[in-house]
Design a protein around this ligand. Structure first.
Ligand SMILES: C[S@@+](CC[C@H](N)C(=O)[O-])C[C@H]1O[C@@H](n2cnc3c(N)ncnc32)[C@H](O)[C@@H]1O
Length: 224
């Protein structure tokens, strides 16, 4: 069987195995649980935009284990993923958060303070493409998370890649779109954008990429 066999199946992500494994990751602490619940209480259905707890744990592990010092996040919402990334940084590390919403990120600010992380997190409000484009094109970032409007993922990736150091990681959330990426006739603009984006990253010789079936799909692209 070819290593790229398109009929390849996962022998493990079936029969309800995902809930099993998600429940057997280190649990979120009280602060993350409070943030998750407060977001749900205040924002109702919009709270599904928060990343899953298992992905949050993975973000902290990746940030800490790569020794990342400078991080950037596109799509902060109420702060769950930003806290997970910031917790993996050293005390003098820095996370730049990009979002358009003052309202949603005000809750993030509250929790950054409670977590004692406000000194290492900077928030810039405005369209993320403009925020990133205004940054120097120096390859300074060690880790990046893309988790904002899906139709702009390609733009964010293209803007971020030159700003990543060699060996730096770009992490991209929601690349499975609840499984809708398999629908080649999908009329949904987000799904179509992610389908195209996934093809581009897989063929991009500037990175080594892997698409993991964690939460709604996470691509990890390591800059070569
Ligand atoms: C899926 S949520 C992010 C969830 C967050 N990572 C978390 O863990 O809670 C997407 C966020 O992207 C933001 N967003 C949407 N369009 C944007 C844009 N053009 N520039 C910057 N942020 C944007 C939204 O305001 C929203 O907070």
């Amino acid at each position: 069987m070819s290593a790229l066999d398109p009929t390849a199946q996962s022998p493990i992500l079936t029969h309800g195995i995902y809930p099993y494994l998600a429940a057997r990751c280190s649990p979120p602490d009280e602060l993350l649980t409070d943030l998750f619940e407060e977001t749900r209480r205040k924002l109702g259905n919009l709270s599904v935009m928060q990343i899953g707890a298992e992905l949050g744990t993975l973000l902290t592990i990746l940030t800490a284990s790569t020794g990342a010092r400078r991080a950037i996040e596109v799509g902060t919402f109420t702060g769950y993923s930003s806290i997970c990334i910031a917790r993996g940084l050293p005390d003098d590390g820095h996370l730049l958060c990009c979002d358009v919403s003052e309202e949603w990120t005000s809750l993030a600010r509250h929790y950054w303070k409670r977590a004692g992380l406000e000194d290492r997190i900077e928030l810039r409000i405005g369209p993320a493409a403009a925020t990133i484009a205004a940054l120097p094109t120096e390859p300074v970032y060690d880790i990046a998370l893309i988790d904002a409007d899906k139709t702009s993922y390609q733009t964010y990736y293209d803007l971020l890649l030159p700003r990543m150091r060699t060996g730096g990681l770009i992490l991209v959330d929601n690349v499975l779109q609840d499984g809708k990426v398999l629908d080649e006739q999908s009329p949904n603009a987000d799904v179509r954008a992610i389908q195209a984006f996934n093809e581009v990253v897989a063929a991009d010789e500037r990175v080594q990429a892997v698409l993991l079936a964690v939460s709604d799909g996470l691509t990890i692209a390591r800059k070569l």
